[in-house]
Design a protein around this ligand. Structure first.
Ligand SMILES: Nc1nc2c(ncn2[C@@H]2O[C@H](COP(=O)(O)OP(=O)(O)OP(=O)(O)O)[C@@H](O)[C@H]2O)c(=O)[nH]1
Ligand SMILES: [Mg+2]
Ligand SMILES: [Zn+2]
Ligand SMILES: [Zn+2]
Length: 398
């Protein structure tokens, strides 16, 4: 029985033995050569045009297979559903899909960008963590559309386009995450493929978008739910006045987004009721208070959210539980107690976090503050998810 796997680009599930190949369209040993041609599947599924080598099925020899037409050996393994080239090591290392969800303007795109940038550049090798793009397109797209925009030009993002407006597609960014782990025979890096897909706030307010997103969410291994404290009724008043208060009304309130995500996950990711604790969703969900900088002054001086985080390549359980309890307490204080009830009764694994991606409020004309980007605790939620997957170690004691 072949194990099923999920494509990091289209989030469709298929047996590993169904992986297909794409011919290199270079001359093979017989001198014949396949012609590059259009790939209607790739066009339809991913919106990618252009001429590429033809697609074939073959019994692979490791990660390669000879093209049955021209005999040239190809290393391009592709997804049988969307025809995207699969990353190197796909099928050999863990493959985890992570969904970013949250109300409109809660800070999903900014957070995702800062998190990935930090892991690629700053946290990096000193902590034994490495992150790099798993394919050329992710590298180019993350560089130009996300990183350069925020870090080089200091510009914030326009709202993310909803999946429905995007020819019914999302475009995940796929990375290879490596962490050095101590093993019996010294340390060695362990790799995990991570696919991030950033949703639009509107994706959770219209029924059409909800249906489109269900497959992505149902196949996600972990969910990061971004909550904007400024969208909770109780936290708006004490917050700094320059933080540009977003709208909290209507279908796009944090509670509504969580309710919709929950009803999308319940039929797919919960075990049938009966036993105690069953009937709840098994997908781990990191519930992240973003924009902590905007409410910083209202936090208790002794709050764990103001403490210097431990850092490193491990997940620190004690620190995380302190933050978890503190955020739960703030949630009640800020009249978001209903969020806690929904999580508690529907999710088996949820954890609260507090982060600031930017570290400061942006300027009124939507530019990064002149003091620059000063992230705080941004890697905590991802390290927790990775620890839930067993991909990073836990440090239990302080
Ligand atoms: N103070 C503060 N503001 C932030 C921070 N991160 C984001 N913001 C503000 O929130 C706005 C929205 O951020 P985005 O990341 O684009 O929000 P989004 O959730 O992706 O929004 P949609 O794509 O429309 O669903 C930004 O333009 C900033 O004004 C932060 O760390 N601190
Ligand atoms: Mg966005
Ligand atoms: Zn060929
Ligand atoms: Zn695919």
């Amino acid at each position: 029985m072949a194990a099923d796997t999920t494509c990091p680009y289209c989030y469709e599930t298929f047996p590993v033995r169904d992986i297909m190949f794409r011919c290199t369209a270079r001359p093979g040993s017989t001198g014949s050569r396949c012609k590059a041609e259009r790939d209607p599947v790739l066009e339809e599924r991913r919106g990618r045009r252009g001429e590429l080598g033809p697609v074939f099925t073959a019994r692979p020899r490791g990660q390669l297979a000879p093209c049955p037409t021209c005999q040239a050996v190809s290393t391009f393994r592709i997804c049988p559903v969307c025809h995207s080239t699969l990353p190197a090591q796909f099928g050999m290392v863990d493959n985890r899909l992570i969904a970013m969800v949250g109300a409109k303007a809660s800070g999903k795109t900014v957070y995702m960008t800062v998190l990935l940038h930090e892991l690629m550049n700053r946290v990096g090798s000193a902590d034994g963590i490495a992150l790099m793009a798993a394919d050329d397109e992710t590298m180019t797209r993350f560089g130009a559309d996300y990183q350069d925009r925020l870090y080089r030009n200091g510009e914030l993002f326009h709202g993310t386009r909803p999946a429905g407006a995007n020819d019914h597609r999302v475009d995940p960014l796929v990375f290879r995450f490596g962490v050095k782990r101590r093993r019996l025979l010294g340390t060695r890096p362990e790799h995990t493929l991570l696919s991030f897909f950033d949703t639009a706030g509107e994706d959770f307010s219209s029924q059409e978008s909800v249906q489109l997103n269900t497959r992505y969410l149902a196949n996600a291994d972990g969910v990061i739910l971004i909550l904007d404290p400024l969208q909770l009724p109780g936290a708006r008043l004490p917050a700094r006045s320059d933080s540009g208060l977003p709208n909290t009304e209507g279908t796009d309130s944090p509670i509504n987004v969580l309710s919709r995500v929950t009803s999308m996950l319940l039929p797919h990711r919960s075990d049938p009721g009966g036993r105690r604790g069953s009937g709840r969703i098994s997908t781990p969900i990191a519930v992240v208070f973003a924009k902590l900088d905007a409410v910083w002054d209202t936090l208790d001086p002794g709050s764990p959210l103001r403490a210097h985080p431990p850092g490193g390549a491990r997940f620190h359980t004690a620190d995380s539980l302190d933050v978890h309890e503190e955020v739960r307490h703030l949630l009640r204080e800020w009249r978001g107690g209903q969020i806690d009830q929904i999580l508690d009764s529907n999710y088996r694994h949820y954890r609260y976090f507090g982060i600031s991606a930017l570290g400061n409020s942006p300027t009124p004309d939507s530019l990064v503050a002149p003091t620059g980007i000063q992230p705080y605790r941004v890697t905590d939620p991802l390290l927790w998810l990775l620890s839930e997957f067993g991909s990073v170690a836990r440090q239990e004691r302080r």
